[in-house]
Design a protein around this ligand. Sequence first.
Ligand code: ZN
Ligand code: ZN
Length: 146
Amino acid sequence: MCDPQVRLETMIKKLKELNFRVTPQRLAVLKILAKSEGHPSVENIFKQVKPNFPTTSLATIYKTVNLLKQIGEVVELDFSEESNRYDGNKPYPHPHLICTECKTIVDPDVATVTELSRELANKTGYKIVNHRLDFFGICPRCQSNS
Ligand SMILES: [Zn+2]
Ligand SMILES: [Zn+2]
């Protein structure tokens, strides 16, 4: 995991450089995304921000998340049957481990992805620019609950 404080500062700096305002409400969203614990959905971020900013709307959160996605500060995990999930802690392609029971998403610490990507490039002549690698399973906590 990257240092959430460093990530927060990086996001703020980038927004300011691009002349976007960092409102207190937006800052609250940034703080959640800097950690991205369990890879939150927009609805989940909304629930966390709402108590402190009662006037906030789901659309506002969505806009902020989308803006960060556009400037490359958040990675979107797109799911066809569930809400999209976001990672602002590691805003670059990396493998994900998804629990099919509780839907928690974690970043497994594996070293072979760079190698795999290099091997693919060598074998196919493609210049690899992105990847999506999802592993599905049942997390230890859900296993002990069943
Ligand atoms: Zn689980
Ligand atoms: Zn992640």
